[in-house]
Design a protein around this ligand. Structure first.
Ligand SMILES: Nc1nc2c(c(=O)[nH]1)N[C@H]1C(S)=C(S)[C@@H](COP(=O)(O)OP(=O)(O)OC[C@H]3O[C@@H](n4cnc5c(=O)[nH]c(N)nc54)[C@H](O)[C@@H]3O)O[C@H]1N2
Ligand SMILES: Nc1nc2c(c(=O)[nH]1)N[C@H]1C(S)=C(S)[C@@H](COP(=O)(O)OP(=O)(O)OC[C@H]3O[C@@H](n4cnc5c(=O)[nH]c(N)nc54)[C@H](O)[C@@H]3O)O[C@H]1N2
Ligand SMILES: [Mo]
Length: 738
């Protein structure tokens, strides 16, 4: 196109604002330039700062909308399961088959035999996984999968210790800190709420010291931090306990804070000092476990205790290890010991990923609108290993942990699960790619009678569908989303173009299926009416203006600080725990009576640690990080993003050297669960003994069953942690030249 033609196009185009929200933890402004029903350009926020600027993925969305590999029609399986052979069928036929199969399975086996796998593919209100969930609930219920893969350990820790899992503060409050400890957090790549890195950049410019604790020297560490402390995966609780030792040993704890707001510090102290078990948890003790130098541990502890206010920002990746709950519990305890909770510039050391303050905790929308209780959970007993004050919906014994799905399908009733599973219905999720131990999940898929997948692309999971439905992208439907980032905001997701091909939204499909299945009361509103209703329940003042602007930014008089009320007025405002205090000792946990769920936080060595007998065979600890070119498995085939970074295994020169591996070599990564051939990047940016393969690449086995797609879950173990963590960072492997 000539420059003149392009200029003409720009001047004639309509600019429609919408909101990108594809499972990276940010919600960003996208402005689509549209002419004749086609998007030809995307821009982002250019209003006053802080702007909600989209990242490289959002900016590449045009290639995703118009990708040649998008699913176009409903399809029916025409070959073996997983073979990926399909025939094109009509919507009527597809919906008829689903309605017929669901009816048959409900009648023959009952609601629990239907496993529903919702995911985070699209995090809006109307087109999230909730519409199909509502449908299944109206039909009699289903088996819910529980545990947030992201941060279930952090939730368990927060519930036990603070009594709530909402521990968010505004990111701009970081600028009030004097020290920021960034523990396993790489927002330059993983966003963590729009603008997280922007605030770290400002903090650095302001001279606020930033220290990073991570097995990798990340882009965020390189850009913002003045010090990097490498640490072995899964050992974080040990380092934090040793920091507590230093603080106690030097009498640096804020005893007034502990006396006023917490219970159980004395018991924790007995454990830390060794009164309880004869082992003082000194920095030297922790160095042997963590690999972090004792002197660094000591210095960090002293800095944290003496530089007030200081923010301990706890990333959630260490929570995704075996016993990851303990890491979060000790971190909160340290924040209490240093009196950094409820004050500007401090941080409660809960999950740094706690949701935007413009988000759901402030505007309880979708859940009340489309959500409804699952009849299949009714009357069932609660999970024994769970904190009592957790959301009623999530604690039934009949629910299946996200790590146990394949096991449950394979073993069913005879394996102690509540029933035999017959149907898998997948919406907004990439199952089994995003689940632990893919090879086992692939085996499990064979056992099912019927699989439905809603998808945009022929993903590894889509290939296993019996009925595969093509889904529109967020540019092709209207929706709203609770913002995740700073400034706090709500996003309107405007429909920008008509749905491409024959694609439909999850909501439209739910409505159509409900009609076919005789549910006249599924939805009494149109899309527009639903959205007006949802927005009417929020703090957004004017629906039409919101839709027109695409975004509503909320102005707070000052940065929001979690637990400020409790700290400022402890008599009037208590923590929602049984004691009303921050529970360093938790009677609720003690009552569970499981040594692996101790009432005070403790370091518990993970399975598949470097000391495990298995380490003789598989000596490298594998971590599975979140990658800049994807959001999980999304964007994997998009050319602009593939150019950005290669899917590789990162390995330290020490480990590569002993194996004769050079940078760029093809290597075999393996353990008893699976094998993968992938290119190696030899780099000092990862500590010795640890290797990293970014999670989310597409499972692509060759004829020998060796994965060629770089899909890390062929290696991970499908076992959940006692309090529910999804331990995707606890995994031993060996590597050799391929
Ligand atoms: N080893 C390892 N495994 C992990 C992790 C890890 O760190 N390591 N991380 C875990 C975490 S934290 C998470 S949150 C999960 C994520 O697991 P998932 O939520 O399953 O991951 P996504 O890749 O985002 O899958 C979303 C799918 O939805 C599709 N999709 C997008 N938009 C729509 C839509 O509007 N409608 C429908 N129906 N589909 C849509 C996308 O094409 C994509 O295939 O993965 C977990 N798995
Ligand atoms: N680009 C992109 N952004 C994303 C996503 C994505 O897929 N792509 N996914 C989104 C979602 S749903 C989630 S849940 C978040 C996840 O966000 P995070 O969990 O923060 O992301 P990760 O990259 O898995 O891990 C962050 C850092 O922790 C380190 N790490 C791993 N294991 C350990 C450990 O045991 N101890 C310590 N100290 N460090 C460890 C890693 O080296 C990495 O640098 O990211 C969100 N943002
Ligand atoms: Mo996640």
């Amino acid at each position: 196109m000539s420059i003149q033609d392009e200029k003409k196009l720009y001047s004639e185009a309509e600019v429609i604002p919408t909101t990108c929200n594809t499972h990276c933890g940010g919600t960003c402004v996208l402005k689509a330039h549209v002419k004749d029903g086609k998007i030809y350009r995307l821009e982002t926020d250019d209003t006053e700062e802080p702007q909600l600027r989209a990242c490289l993925r959002g900016r590449a969305f045009r290639q995703r909308v118009y990708a040649p590999d998008r699913l176009q029609f409903p399809m029916k399986r025409a070959g073996a399961r997983g073979e990926g052979k399909f025939e094109h069928i009509s919507w009527d036929e597809a919906l008829d088959i689903i309605a017929r199969e669901l009816k048959r399975v409900y009648e023959t086996y009952g609601p629990l035999s239907i496993l529903y796998r919702g995911g985070g593919g699209n995090l809006s209100v109307l087109n999230s996984s909730q519409s199909i969930e509502r449908l299944l609930n109206m039909l009699g219920g289903h088996t819910r999968i529980w545990a947030y893969a992201s941060f279930e350990g952090g939730i368990a820790a927060a519930l036990a210790t603070y009594g709530t899992w909402f521990e968010a503060g505004s990111k701009e409050d970081l600028l009030n800190s004097r020290l920021i400890i960034s523990w396993a957090w790489d927002p330059a790549n993983t966003i963590g709420g729009t603008n997280s890195s922007w605030f770290l950049a400002q903090a650095r410019e302001k001279g606020i010291k930033i220290i990073s604790v991570d097995p990798r020297y990340t882009d965020s560490t390189a850009t913002f931090a003045s010090q990097w402390i490498p640490i072995r995966p899964g050992t974080d609780a040990a380092m934090l306990v040793a920091m507590a030792y230093v603080i106690i040993d030097r009498k640096l704890q804020d005893q007034d804070f502990l006396d006023t707001y917490t219970i159980g510090f004395e018991k924790f102290k007995e454990y830390v000092t060794g009164t309880e078990d004869g082992i003082p948890k000194t920095p030297a003790w922790a160095e042997a476990i963590t690999g972090a130098p004792a002197a660094s541990i000591e210095d960090l502890a002293v800095s944290y205790a003496t530089t007030k206010p200081a923010a301990l920002l706890c990333g959630i990746a260490p929570g995704r290890t075996a016993y990851g709950e303990q890491y979060h519990r000790v971190a909160i305890t340290l924040a209490a010991m240093t009196g950094n909770i409820g004050i500007h510039g401090g941080n409660p050391a809960g999950r740094v990923w706690t949701g935007g303050i413009g988000g759901f905790p402030f505007v309880k929308v979708g859940g009340q609108v489309l959500g409804m209780p699952n009849p299949a959970d009714k009357g069932t007993s609660r999970r024994k290993n769970y904190i009592k004050n957790y959301d009623e919906k999530a604690i039934s014994e009949v629910q299946i942990h996200a790590a146990d799905v394949a096991d449950a399908i394979l073993k069913g009733k005879s394996g102690g699960y509540p029933t035999d599973y017959k149907v898998l219905y997948t919406v907004n999720a990439s199952y089994p790619n995003q689940n632990l131990n893919i090879n086992k999940a692939v085996e499990a898929m064979e056992k099912l009678e019927f699989i439905v997948v809603h998808e945009q692309f022929m993903t590894p999971g889509a290939k296993f569908a019996d009925i595969l439905l093509p889904i529109s992208t967020l540019f092709e439907r209207n929706d709203v989303t609770a913002g995740y980032g700073t400034p706090a905001h709500h996003g309107f997701m405007n429909k920008v173009i008509e749905p491409l091909y024959e694609s439909k939204s999850n909501f439209e499909i739910a409505v159509a299926l409900a009609a076919r299945m005789g549910l006249s009361d599924f939805s009494n509103k149109t899309e527009e009416e639903w959205l007006r209703d949802i927005v009417g329940h929020s703090t957004v003042p004017d629906y039409d203006e919101f839709k027109k602007q695409g975004c509503y930014k909320i102005k707070f008089p000052e940065p929001y600080v979690a637990f400020k009320e409790q700290i400022e007025d402890p008599d009037k405002c208590t923590f929602p725990t049984p004691s009303g205090k921050i529970e360093i000792y938790s009677q609720q946990l003690a009552d569970i009576n499981d040594p692996l769920i101790p009432p005070i936080p403790k370091y518990i060595e993970t399975w598949e640690s470097k000391n495990d007998a298995l380490a003789e065979k598989y000596p490298l600890q594998l971590i599975t990080t979140h990658f800049k070119r994807r959001a999980h498995s999304q964007w994997e085939t998009i050319p602009w993003l593939r150019e950005l970074a290669e899917q590789v295994v990162s390995i330290n020169p020490v480990d590569a050297g002993t194996r004769g591996i050079n940078n760029g070599d093809e290597v075999l990564v393996y353990n008893d669960r699976g094998k993968m051939i992938i290119k190696a990047r030899v780099t000092e940016r990862i500590m010795p003994g640890v290797v990293d393969i970014p999670q989310g690449a597409w499972y692509n086995p060759d004829e020998k069953g060796v994965d060629r797609g770089g899909s890390v879950n062929v290696l991970t173990r499908d076992k959940s942690s006692p309090c529910g963590s999804f331990p995707s960072n606890t995994c031993l492997v060996q590597i050799e030249k391929a």
